[in-house]
Design a protein around this ligand. Structure first.
Ligand code: IMP
Length: 201
């Protein structure tokens, strides 16, 4: 069976991506199978650069196909921040909760449409030689005024989708995956996986 390594240490992402890749007939491995794999430094200026770097370095280290994701939340009122800096926005070692508290604080004077935000996800698929192709997905929402819901991770409890009247953290994972930035990017990445990996030797 063909295999692909997920280039992430984030167990929430692993859970979401594994669920989305089910049924392709491809064995999905995680970095836990490769003890000693070096942590990739995310020093790119864009989501594309970071995703490509994570996929390429993991593919070269494991000598396998690799799939990486880099995600950012862009808030209109904040001129697109935190964007590529979403992970450690509240400072080194910060928690998801710290980031959410900072976001709500920075938006305390923003009302209505000013709280619009977009989640963007870039998936990078690398072959074992380090050749990368990208797939992108996004979803629009608004930032809530309070933390809402217990599911998911990261900014899920403050990212609200009007159509469903729920934050991502109030949705079951199946629904989040169907509509999310990552679900959409992975829908496209799946086509790349089938075209490239399925036809590889
Ligand atoms: P990363 O650099 O791709 O790992 O993502 C940056 C940060 O964005 C993460 O640390 C999370 O805080 C946040 N993030 C990524 N994906 C999601 C998601 O699906 N929901 C909520 N927050 C997310």
């Amino acid at each position: 069976m063909k295999k692909i390594v997920l280039a992430t240490q984030n167990r929430h992402k692993v859970r979401e991506i594994k669920k989305l890749l089910r049924g392709l007939g491809i064995k999905v491995l995680t970095l836990d199978c490769f003890p000693g794999a070096p942590e990739v430094v995310e020093d790119g200026k864009t989501l594309e650069e970071n995703a490509a770097k994570k996929a390429r370095e993991t593919a070269l280290y494991t000598d396998s196909w690799a799939l990486a994701d880099d995600t950012g939340l862009e808030v209109k009122y904040l001129g697109g921040k935190p964007g590529v800096y979403s992970a450690r926005w509240a400072g080194p070692g910060c928690s998801y909760h710290d980031n959410n508290v900072k976001l709500l604080r920075e938006l305390k004077n923003a009302r209505g449409e000013k709280r619009k935000a977009v989640f963007k996800c870039v998936m990078a698929l690398s072959d074992p030689s380090g050749k990368v192709k990208l797939a992108k997905g996004g979803i629009s929402g608004v930032i809530t005024e309070n933390i809402r819901g217990k599911n998911g991770f990261g900014y899920d409890p403050v990212f609200y989708i009007r159509k469903y009247r729920k934050t991502f953290a109030e949705m079951p994972l199946g629904l989040k995956n169907r509509i999310s930035h990552r679900g959409r990017a992975l829908g496209k990445a799946k086509k790349l996986i089938m075209q490239r990996l399925a036809h590889s030797g």
